[in-house]
Each structure stands twice: as structure tokens, then as C-alpha cells.
Design a protein around this ligand. Structure first.
Ligand code: PGA
Length: 260
């Protein structure tokens, strides 16, 4: 794993956007795995800026979103579909038919999930999977005890996750109990993963993910088995890492050709 520690959430977002741009410029038909939540907002803003000011072209890019709530419509302001269009898709030149977001209202959920997985394979697999992390170590909505080999499926949300996400809903009662999420096995098949985190609340989950044992209790720890994962975090999220100086030195001394 490569660990990049930046002063604040702002720099985290800017570097994440640069990583995305680097991939798209090299491969215009890149396949991106996308997250929602507060952490990636700066990245989406910066990508929109790059599209407007630097002609970053999304016309051939294909995207797959990590997850979606079950039971709410795509137009619902708290749905991840709505989030993606409002914060990103409506402001860049991505083609609607290249956007894939789990359908939280699919009638036949197992069938939808199989089809979603099939579409990822058909697209040539995900080049860069961007991930947030929950305070409980979840990636996507793969809550603790999720199988580390899991595929896209329905998951019951942990009470803590519902509470953490209640800030986006009018009340806690309105936060759905279930989600559709790519599995950990699905995520692990991406060619490259980028895990982003900011804030003190994430420090423990980050320390366990990077320096703890691989365990289904901390789903993100599975990334230790991934051959190309970058963990991009701010100082606060790095607060509980024991080998922080080593990570900083490694980043500072990167050979030029590896620079972002
Ligand atoms: P956040 O969510 O970016 O809003 O903190 C991350 C997550 O729960 O995966």
C-alpha cells in the first residue's frame, strides 16, 4: 500500500482529482469506480474545474458507482444517483449510457446485481476504484463481517452507518435500512484502488486498515491484499498511524517518474 498524507481534506481532494485525470488522459475510455459521501466532494469539484478549464474529456469514460440505498427513487435528493448527477455528472461531458449506478428500486435484486457485475466485466474491469471509508472500516456499504470475497448484493446497514448518514436525511428514521453495494471481491478486482479519508473520526479505521490484521471486522483491511492501492488521507485521519514518518518519507522521496 502507498500511504499519502496531506495537510487537509482540500489537498486530498485535489490529489485524487489529479490521479483520475492522469488515468483519463492516458486512457480516454477509462473505467472509474466512484464513491459518494462528503470526502470526495472536493475531488468532484476539481474534476469539473479541469473539465472546464483544462478540457479534461469524459466523453468516453465509463463509471460504476459503488452503492445505493434500497427503496428510494433515483430522483430522491438523498439517493446516491441524485448526489452523483448534482455533484458531478451534470457538470461534465460524460454520456448517460456510460453511467452505471446500482438501482435501489430494482424489482429482482439478485438479478440486478449479477447484471451489474457482468457490465463491469464487459467494460473491461475498473481501472481506478475510488473509495471512502466508514468509521467502522466499511468500503462501499460492506459493513463489518462482510465476506472478503463478496460480490454486488444487498446489505443491511449498521446502526452507526445509518446514524453517520442521517445528516443527509430529514431524520434518522428516513435513512434506509438496506443498500446495494459492490462486494469486497468486486472492489478487489479493480486494477487500482484509491482510498480517501479525512478527519479525526476516520483515524482509527485508517490505522486498522493499514497497520492492523486483515479481517472481515475491518472490511477495508482486505485492501492489504490488493496489489495497487493508494491510501490518501489528511493529517487528522493519519493521527493513529504508528509508522507515519515512514509513509511521509516514502512519499517525499518518490522518484520523479512516480510523481502525481
Ligand atoms: P464520508 O463517507 O465520505 O461521508 O465520510 C464515507 C463512507 O461512509 O464510505
Amino acid at each position: 500500500m502507498e500511504i499519502i498524507i496531506q495537510p487537509s481534506a482540500q489537498e486530498v481532494g485535489i490529489i485524487a482529482a489529479r490521479m483520475v485525470a492522469q488515468i483519463i488522459r492516458k486512457k480516454p475510455y477509462a473505467v472509474l469506480g466512484l464513491p459518494t459521501g462528503s470526502t470526495p466532494l472536493v475531488m468532484y469539484k476539481e474534476l469539473i474545474r479541469m473539465h472546464r478549464e483544462e478540457k479534461l474529456d469524459f466523453s468516453e469514460v465509463i463509471t460504476f458507482n459503488l452503492d445505493e440505498y434500497v427503496g428510494i427513487s433515483p430522483e430522491h435528493p438523498c439517493s446516491y444517483n441524485y448526489y452523483m448527477y448534482t455533484n458531478f455528472f451534470s457538470s461534465v461531458n460524460i454520456k448517460p449510457h456510460n453511467i452505471n449506478i446500482p438501482d435501489g428500486r430494482a424489482r429482482d435484486i439478485p438479478k440486478f446485481c449479477t447484471e451489474f457485475e457482468r457490465r463491469i466485466v464487459e467494460a473491461g474491469r475498473i481501472d481506478l476504484q475510488i473509495l471512502g471509508i466508514g468509521a467502522d472500516g466499511h468500503i462501499g456499504f460492506n459493513e463489518p463481517t462482510s465476506s472478503l470475497a463478496s460480490r454486488t448484493r444487498i446489505k443491511t446497514l449498521m446502526p452507526q452507518t445509518r446514524q453517520d448518514n442521517a445528516r443527509f436525511f430529514p431524520s434518522l428514521d428516513e435513512v434506509p435500512q438496506h443498500s446495494l453495494t459492490m462486494g469486497i471481491g468486486t472492489i478487489m478486482e479493480a486494477k487500482q484502488c484509491l482510498l480517501m479519508a479525512a478527519g479525526e473520526k476516520k483515524a482509527e479505521a485508517i490505522a486498522k486498515t493499514v497497520e492492523g490484521p486483515i479481517t472481515a471486522i475491518v472490511p477495508a483491511s482486505a485492501l492489504q491484499f490488493h496489489q495497487h492501492t493508494t491510501v490518501l488521507i489528511d493529517e487528522a485521519a493519519a493521527g493513529k498511524l504508528a509508522r507515519r514518518e515512514y509513509y511521509t518519507k516514502t512519499f517525499d522521496e518518490k522518484p520523479d517518474w512516480q510523481h502525481l
